[in-house]
Design a protein around this ligand. Structure first.
Ligand SMILES: Cc1cc2nc3c(=O)[nH]c(=O)nc-3n(C[C@H](O)[C@H](O)[C@H](O)COP(=O)(O)OP(=O)(O)OC[C@H]3O[C@@H](n4cnc5c(N)ncnc54)[C@H](O)[C@@H]3O)c2cc1C
Length: 417
């Protein structure tokens, strides 16, 4: 039996392990943490074929610059002369074009739809209850400008074969009686779904830990990679060496540092986001997740509560909580839901995670190029939960040497080498 070593036990590493194990590989998952928390736990739980526009899109640069001067804004790039950030920024600027969006949309749609289908299969196969619900998501807007943008996106979505429906405020209210809304309208993406990430992650870890041929190494940080000209030969922590036939880098926002150990460049910046859970009563009334368009805040009913999440702080990994941005999330909620008045949570109740954000807004999925036994699976930014199963399946495809389930050329990890 061949063996794969997977570095990183977030949603991407775990789904890679799941599919590789299913196709007969022995798998070792190595994580620097204890697998009870990472970016894959506290996210908004949305599965979003509707997100077919990559982050690097026209208008994002101007919008981002405007937001940088507002301490409560949803997007922030910490100014720095760090070469990693400067290089990332230049690539982002170059990628934020109409041509890039048009080139990427079909592939993002296809991988999202594949992933959503695989979630249903996984739910059946594993027997894990992670609250998967096919109710779609609502894009709620208040301003004519956002309405115009959302209508335009909904038309594009429809042209791509996605089920998107424009709703008046009245139609929107009928969907969730008891949820008061102060909006100009909404687009309901019936193609989307949602789940409870914490149950999914805990269930996946338990499932894999019990599977024959899967070993999980917790609190083990990979600090060294040994290689020949075209092959990885081992990876090591401070006190242990791990040898396999194939290797997967799925270390989320930490992936560039690991790739560097093998002399590879995988441009990526951490994009910090926050979330917190609130109250039972609101949760009973709300059944469909929403995105508050102008505020860029996600509101998801899950596990008997509501999770509010948002902000994207591009900068180095750090453990600080920026209360101004959390207040920005809190203050946006009653503007759309006048009866929902979450209080500013205490610091200890605020979760944060680091999205792995590639400069063109596209994930890296595939063989590394330089080494024929190393796959890269990262860079999923805001859609890592959505794309977990499809990424795992595609990594399994490439390591088995077969034709991938879908064309993955646009996700090539070597595209910035
Ligand atoms: C507020 C917020 C809301 C979000 N909402 C959504 C959503 O609704 N839908 C969606 O699809 N996505 C969402 N996302 C994005 C999603 O959470 C991420 O894209 C996804 O979790 C990334 O998963 P990952 O496995 O790549 O990384 P992670 O989950 O961060 O896992 C990486 C793992 O690698 C380990 N690691 C790092 N370095 C090493 C090393 N040297 N050795 C060993 N292990 C190492 C880490 O300990 C970690 O466990 C959201 C993110 C945030 C912050």
């Amino acid at each position: 039996m061949s063996k794969t070593i997977i570095i990183g036990g977030g949603i991407i590493g775990l789904f890679s392990a799941y599919y590789l194990h299913k196709s007969g590989w022995e798998v070792e998952i190595i994580d620097r943490g204890d697998l009870s928390d990472n970016c894959s736990y506290g996210n908004a739980g949305m599965i979003t074929p509707s997100h077919f526009v990559p982050l690097a899109a026209p208008g994002m640069v101007e919008q981002g610059i405007r937001w940088m001067f507002n301490s409560r804004s949803p997007f922030y790039v910490k100014p720095s002369l760090d070469p990693g950030l400067v290089g990332w920024g230049l690539k982002f600027l170059k990628s934020a074009t109409k041509k890039h969006v048009e080139h990427s949309a079909g592939a993002l749609r296809d991988i999202s739809i594949l992933s959503k289908k695989l979630y249903r299969e996984f739910e059946k196969d594993s027997g894990i209850d992670f609250g998967l619900q096919d109710k779609g998501i609502l894009m709620l807007f208040k301003s004519p400008k956002a309405e115009q943008e959302e209508q335009h996106l909904a038309e594009k979505a429809t042209n791509l074969g996605l089920d998107a429906q424009y709703l008046s405020p009245g139609e929107c209210r009928k969907l969730q009686p008891g949820v008061e809304m102060d909006i100009l309208g909404a687009v309901h993406y019936h193609c989307d779904a949602h789940l409870h990430p914490n149950s999914l992650m805990a269930g996946l870890v338990k499932y894999l830990a019990a599977a024959e041929g899967v070993t999980i190494h917790r609190n083990t940080e990979i600090v060294k990679i040994a290689h020949d000209t075209n092959k990885i030969t081992s990876v090591s922590s401070d006190d242990k060496e791990f040898k396999g036939d194939a290797y997967v880098v799925a270390a989320g926002a930490w992936s560039p540092a690991i790739a560097r150990l093998a002399g590879l460049r995988v441009p990526l910046m951490p994009g910090k986001g926050y979330s917190f859970m609130v109250g039972q009563d609101d949760a009973k009334r709300m059944t469909i997740p929403s995105i508050l368009c102008e505020a860029r805040v996600a509101v998801t009913p899950m596990n008997g509560s509501i999770r509010y999440g948002g902000t994207m702080e591009i900068g180095k990994i750090n453990g600080q909580v920026n209360m101004n941005r959390v207040k920005g999330i809190v203050e946006s909620v009653p503007k759309y839901f006048p009866n929902f008045k979450p209080e500013v949570p205490q610091k200890k109740d605020i979760w944060f995670g680091f999205r792995p954000v590639s400069p063109d807004g596209m994930p890296y999925i595939g063989l590394s190029g330089k080494y024929n036994n190393l796959a890269i699976a990262t860079g999923h930014a805001m859609i890592g939960l959505s794309l977990g199963p499809a990424t795992g399946r595609l990594i399994n495809d490439v390591l088995n040497g077969g034709k991938p389930t879908m064309n993955i050329d646009v996700f090539s990890p070597g595209r910035f080498q």
